[in-house]
Design a binder for this molecule. Structure first.
Ligand SMILES: [Zn+2]
Length: 142
């Protein structure tokens, strides 16, 4: 097993455990995750000292939870990446995010009394909002 594969697996395990953990004991749980990651690092690298393994595990755990937060905030802000969608503006693929949104269009009754009392209807339509990370354009698809 190469060092890269080991690190990828550890980051995945850390991220997964981090996702499962919530509540008040987050610092205690982080310490438990770091300990587990340090133990598996020690198995892969028997020459590594306990201290070095723990320092490396802390760093990996922190990086993976930061990356996880970034991914979650990206998804809630701009939706999920659609790997096969090509941007209509810059023609890059794999950088376009999509989320379902509801747009409300207000139409007012076109008469003076209607305008005065605010008669009108709100029509809602469900559209897919696309956002390209490469050129930063946002557009709707019906
Ligand atoms: Zn684009």
């Amino acid at each position: 097993m190469t060092a890269f594969v080991v690190i990828v697996i550890l980051v995945c395990i850390g991220g997964f455990i981090g996702m499962l953990i919530s509540g008040n004991n987050i610092n205690e749980n982080n310490a438990a995750v770091e300990k587990a990651m340090a133990d598996s690092l020690k198995k892969s690298y028997p020459n590594m000292s306990d201290e070095d393994a723990l320092i490396k595990a802390k760093k990996l755990r922190r990086e993976s939870s930061e990356r996880l937060r970034e991914i979650q905030s990206d998804i809630s802000l701009n939706g999920k990446v659609m790997p096969n969608v090509i941007c209509a503006h810059c023609h890059t693929s794999g950088q376009v995010r999509m989320k379902n949104v509801t747009r409300v269009t207000k139409s007012r009754v076109n008469s003076i009394p209607g305008k005065v009392i605010g008669l009108g209807t709100n029509s809602e339509s469900n559209v897919k909002e696309m956002h390209c990370e490469n050129c930063n354009m946002t557009w709707d698809v019906a």
